[in-house]
Write a protein that binds this ligand. Structure first.
Ligand code: ZN
Length: 131
């Protein structure tokens, strides 16, 4: 048996996919929905695998606060903005998930490990990364 716990987050983010042939090359934004699922390896005496509140704080601090209302572009895209976050990759949903996983894995609480991340760019476009 294993225990899976999911915490859900939402944030607004602008991005562009330079070089892409289509509308996504233009600056635009999404209301992203991020589901973070952790696998519990321990059941603590308090009846919890991971405190949802602690998981919420970790994800908010590590991912949501950095990317909410940010403009995310590949480094060197040539656009300046006070909320610019430059990344070393094309900010597709898939690449964002890989990046979020790299940020979250080292901060997982004891007894938990990242199991999957699910990122919805729109109601109909969802990527899921399973570790
Ligand atoms: Zn987009």
């Amino acid at each position: 048996m294993k225990m899976l716990l999911t915490k859900k987050f939402a944030f607004e983010m602008a991005h562009a996919l330079p070089g892409y042939e289509g509308k996504c090359a233009n600056l635009h934004g999404h209301s992203y929905h991020l589901d973070v699922t952790v696998e519990g390896t321990v059941m603590h005496a308090d009846g919890m695998t991971v405190d949802f509140h602690r998981l919420k704080e970790l994800v908010e601090h590590t991912v949501v606060e950095r990317f909410d209302h940010a403009l995310v572009l590949p480094r060197g895209a040539g656009i300046e903005a006070p909320n610019l976050v430059e990344v070393d990759f094309q900010p597709t949903t898939e690449n964002l998930l890989l990046h979020f996983a790299r940020l979250l894995e080292p901060v997982m609480p004891e007894g938990a490990r990242l199991y999957s991340l699910r990122l919805a760019e729109t109601d109909t476009s969802v990527a899921e990364l399973v570790m």
